[in-house]
Design a protein around this ligand. Structure first.
Ligand SMILES: *Cc1c(COP(=O)(O)O)cnc(C)c1O
Length: 409
């Protein structure tokens, strides 16, 4: 799945220079993915809005902005980080769920494209901004995506406005002067079948007939990438071959061209990322051999949270015979990166590389067990750059290092 270097820089060099555990991002892969998607969708007007919850380091965001990408944000802080990294507000879409109306207002007043996902929020929006413009997120009742916790488009999901409530929506709009400029669906993560997106476009097309002021249809993200050899992944060219004629047809029916928007997270940044860790301990416990590394689910939660598969390579012993290991982390609780996995023979001190760690890796990390988060490094145009410092004990203490009884003295 990977070589032992990025753009000519060896993992060993990076581990030595920055220490482990360490997140590394190969920005050439992000660029490649972005350009591939741009090219595939080039026959139709389109915008790519990177879903930055996948990996929100501002230096990565800055590059994506330079390359001409837009941004999909789910919190006010993501918007702030996006603006700080250079995105203009009109290039950002805000798709929150279960947030206070004040959060929606704060985004709107910064000129961010709002994607409203509930009837009551729409009512409040129409009251506050009777001339306002926004987009609507619908729940299409489509079950798609890798596993149940990342499926967001089915009937029992908390996301979006149920499409059956379309008449309520139209009523609210007709009572005010608000304009709906876009319609949105995001059905989940890890979708490899292009037909799911065609189904979504079909739903969006039917809904579009009720909204005369549209400028875009947004099919969300969720494009599946391969996590292991022979894994299914979405074929972007095939996807585009299906979407392009469909969008042309929809635009024709609608009477003018509608832009296609999409919001890939994982697709752009999963494969660019690696988590490097050092083996602290090799332990033989009866039936099993455990390789314990200097990282844990506090750094990469996906294996424990989703039972996700991440390839693991022994960088220090690449040509050795493979043996079977449970690769485990240092968190004092169940903490397993891989079960019964065949990996090149592991010795204490070896450097392991965990692949596909770019998306939902650092961004889901925590300080559980009072452990510090790793540093982040990006390799850009053949050079390595530190883009986030390793945390220290001071960072853990920052918000509690005062005397709560001081005011009583
Ligand atoms: C998380 C999310 C995405 C990105 O999903 P991926 O599977 O990472 O592509 C896109 N749109 C919205 C609204 C999201 O919440």
């Amino acid at each position: 799945m990977t070589s032992k270097e990025i753009q000519g820089i060896s993992f060993f060099h990076l581990a030595k220079k920055y220490k482990t555990p360490l997140y590394i991002y190969d920005t050439s892969i992000i660029k490649q993915r972005f350009e591939q998607l741009q090219k595939a969708l080039s026959p139709i007007p389109h915008k790519i809005k990177y879903a930055c919850k996948a990996l929100s380091n501002i230096h990565i965001l800055r590059l994506l902005n330079n390359w001409g990408c837009g941004l999909d944000c789910v919190s006010l802080n993501e918007i702030a980080i996006g603006l700080k990294s250079g995105f203009s507000s009109d290039n950002i879409i805000f798709t929150p769920n279960s947030v206070s109306f004040s959060e929606i207002q704060q985004a709107y007043e910064q000129n961010i494209t709002l994607n409203i996902d509930s009837i009551t929020a729409l009512e409040k929006f129409a009251n506050y901004y009777p001339e306002g413009k926004c987009s609507l997120r619908f729940n299409p009742d489509i079950t798609a995506g890798g596993n149940s916790s990342i499926q967001t488009g089915h009937k029992f999901s908390k996301f979006g406005i149920a499409k059956e409530q379309i008449n309520n929506v139209v009523e609210i709009i007709q009572k005010s002067n608000i304009k709906i400029t876009g319609l949105h669906i995001h059905t989940g993560s890890g979708i490899s079948n292009p037909e799911v997106f065609i189904q979504m476009l079909d739903t969006l097309c039917q809904l579009s007939k009720k909204f005369p002021h549209l400028s875009f249809l947004d099919i969300g993200g969720g494009f599946k990438v391969a996590y292991k050899k022979d894994d299914k992944f979405i074929d972007i060219e095939l996807l585009a071959d299906k979407i392009v004629p469909e969008m042309k047809k929809i635009s024709h029916e609608y009477g003018r061209p509608l832009e296609l928007w999409c919001e890939p997270g994982k697709y752009l940044v999963s494969e660019c990322g690696y988590l490097l860790a050092t083996v602290n301990q090799v332990k033989h416990n009866g039936e099993r051999t455990f390789a314990g590394i200097n990282s844990g689910k506090n750094h990469l939660l996906r294996p424990m949270l989703y039972n996700a598969h991440h390839e693991i390579i022994n960088i220090s012993n690449p040509d050795a015979e493979k043996k079977t290991y449970d690769v485990v982390g240092y968190i004092c609780e169940e903490d397993t990166f891989a079960r019964q996995r065949n990996i090149e023979k592991i010795r204490e001190g070896d450097l392991l590389c965990i692949c596909n760690a770019g998306a939902y890796g650092y961004s889901m990390s925590s300080n559980y067990n009072s452990r510090c988060r790793p540093a982040e490094v990006m390799v850009y145009q053949g050079k390595d750059f530190l883009i986030r410092q390793r945390e220290s004990l001071d960072d853990l203490l920052r918000n509690q290092d005062f005397d709560p009884f001081a005011s009583e003295l």
